[in-house]
Design a protein. Structure first.
Length: 609
């Protein structure tokens, strides 16, 4: 929906190959113009006196040149008719994976209230089993799940709402456009259930109250200079508009989605020659830019130099209190406790359900059960009614596998199912598939990679891998393949054939045992070396692995951490050059400042909310 403006990326959005023509000087010019401090706004969050910040900023900015005039970001020129675009993707045989999406250009980002209302409208349209598009696109089996781009996006000058699906059969391409338009028309005529609107508004209120360890940075990064002072009145204004006009959301839908000609339909087809075509392009690029290799040698020399970080601000270890803060809790019964804390009007609930008596043949299906149990009905409520009731009263229900290791004894742990939720204090008394799991591999690849390795060295990691790693995805995939195999087998049976008695075969146990080398896998939490190992993992990640794997190796990332209490995995992510020799050992880069920073990093995680 964006095809013009001073953004860097729209210059190449139609032809990804054009990105290779972007020069270093061109990138520097763009950066110096748009990311100059003179073109910035400064925010402060926390309990630090602002008067201490202002002199520092004044001293920092006084010698910085103003730079070039920054082009004004103009609104996109509105289209007079809808458009279509076709993209191609690698062939994944034999799974049909046609993806399609509609995108609509909506309001200007400076109209913060309108954007707020449209964001809530987007939640009503796509979120949960009661959402209109969930019913028309997913429950109808038109697609396997929503496409990653689905939702309301407010990161650009002109906001965009997109609705898309993936896993669609190519024969249903025309049905997708028809289903989207019919859904919009039906919602414009029927509107939304009042109870569900209240559930969504309740969720928004909860999200404003909930705090996390990165609450401050998220708050600043999500704010706009126009909406800071007007954040609080948004919800009362919206409720007032809904009271005065019950069809308020329907009017917004007609304005921005039905009567809006600035809309783009995108489809992505699998192409058998896609990979070969891209490889040909890359070969041409390598031949044309052979000098990149020589420049890379100079880059390696620059990366091997030790940077002077003495001018950067930092905390001191002495500023960290060596006294553990105790939180008092009231034991209401032998298995129920209550802890009163300042939680910004929220009440948090956690309950542990033991899985000790769960039969071994059912354990592989526990991850599947946990992924769907909160999406099922309960008692007198259907799954649709239960979803609405949960949103009306809580911030959502979460059930996950929980494992607690012994602090003193290795390979000893207690496991169970953790049920957790949070709600406004006034509500404490009350009378979305296999495709989605595979998509998470992109975001959790590092963890999924090191889990199998840790499981070989540590019993606890093995248990965690079974209930939350690649083993879970494998079980899901095998179940799907088994279903297909059984269906094909049953279709091939002769229905007129008589039944035959089954022959009983004796069961034999295998005498083969797999053994591994006996190695020292680590220490328990109370061991004197546990804390140094935590610091070492942090130091290895940022002092050595980040430089070697990310900067020099070209991978997305890598790191080391104490998994549980006695595994220290080193994990790279997608690096094609990891096998080349490493000439700079970790020990050569350890100094007092590095250890100091690593200790602060460990305490940062320990002391997070």
């Amino acid at each position: 929906c964006h095809s013009s403006g001073p953004y860097l990326w729209p210059l190449f959005w139609r032809n990804a190959r054009g990105n290779t023509n972007l020069t270093y000087d061109g990138l520097k010019t763009f950066q110096s113009t748009h990311y100059n401090p003179a073109n910035a706004k400064f925010y402060s969050y926390g309990d630090v006196d602002l008067s201490e910040h202002l002199p520092f900023l004044s001293d920092y900015l006084k010698d910085i040149p103003r730079g070039k005039a920054v082009p004004k970001v103009l609104a996109q020129t509105r289209w007079k008719s809808p458009r279509e675009e076709l993209f191609t993707a690698p062939w994944i045989h034999p799974i049909p994976d046609l993806r399609a999406a509609f995108a609509f250009l909506t309001c200007d980002s400076t109209d913060t209230y309108e954007a707020f209302a449209l964001n809530i409208l987007g939640e009503l349209l796509i979120d949960g089993p009661n959402a209109p598009f969930y019913k028309s696109l997913l429950e109808s089996n038109l697609g396997s799940s929503f496409a990653p781009c689905t939702g309301y996006m407010s990161d650009t000058k002109d906001n965009v709402f997109a609705i898309g699906i993936q896993g669609m059969d190519p024969q249903n391409e025309s049905k997708f456009a028809e289903a989207v338009r019919n859904t919009f028309s039906r919602v414009a005529e029927e509107g939304f259930d009042h109870t569900r609107v209240e559930a969504i508004l309740h969720r928004i209120e909860l999200s404003m109250r909930k705090k996390s360890s990165n609450f401050g940075i998220n708050l600043i990064m999500s704010l706009t200079p126009f909406g800071i002072k007007r954040m609080t009145p948004w919800m009362p204004s919206l409720r007032a508009n809904l009271k005065a006009n019950p069809a308020y959301f329907q009017d917004l839908l007609k304005k921005y989605y039905i009567d809006n000609p600035h809309q783009l339909m995108m489809t992505m087809h699998q192409k058998e020659t896609f990979t070969q075509e891209k490889e040909t392009v890359f070969e041409d690029i390598c031949e044309k830019h052979a000098r990149i290799f020589e420049e890379g040698k100079e880059l390696i020399q620059s990366q091997n130099q030790i940077e002077d970080l003495s001018s950067l601000p930092t905390l001191k270890i002495e500023e960290i209190s060596d006294q553990t803060k105790a939180y008092q809790s009231d034991e209401l019964s032998h298995n129920l406790s209550f802890c009163s804390q300042a939680t910004n009007g929220l009440a948090y609930f956690r309950s542990l359900i033991s899985t000790r008596d769960l039969p071994s043949d059912l354990r592989p299906f526990l991850p599947l059960f946990l992924s769907i149990v909160t999406k099922l009905g309960a008692g007198e409520y259907s799954y649709r009614e239960f979803d609405t009731e949960v949103d009306l009263a809580t911030g959502g229900l979460s059930m996950s596998y929980h494992l607690t290791e012994s602090s003193s004894c290795l390979n000893t742990f207690t496991e169970g199912i953790l049920l957790s939720s949070y709600a406004l204090e006034r509500n404490t008394r009350i009378e979305c598939s296999s495709c989605g799991a595979i998509n998470q591999v992109v975001h959790s690849g590092t963890r999924l990679c090191h889990d199998p390795q840790c499981s070989k060295a540590h019993t606890c990691c093995c248990a965690e891998g079974v209930f939350g790693g690649l083993h879970t995805l494998s079980t899901s995939t095998k179940s799907h393949k088994n279903k297909q195999s059984y269906e094909g087998f049953l279709k091939g049976l002769d229905s007129e054939q008589g039944s035959y008695p089954l022959k009983e075969f004796p069961t034999e146990s295998s005498s083969n045992n797999l053994r591994t080398f006996s190695i020292n896998t680590g220490v328990s939490m109370i061991h004197p070396d546990y804390a140094p190992l935590c610091v070492l993992a942090r130091l290895a990640t940022f002092k050595y692995l980040h430089t070697e794997i990310r900067e020099k190796g070209g991978a997305y990332g890598g790191g080391a951490k104490m998994v549980g209490m006695d595994s220290l995995p080193f994990t790279p992510t997608e690096t094609p050059t990891l096998t080349r020799p490493r000439i700079s050992p970790l020990s050569s880069g350890i100094d007092k400042d590095s250890v100091h920073e690593s200790i602060l990093g460990v305490f940062q995680k320990v002391d997070s909310p």
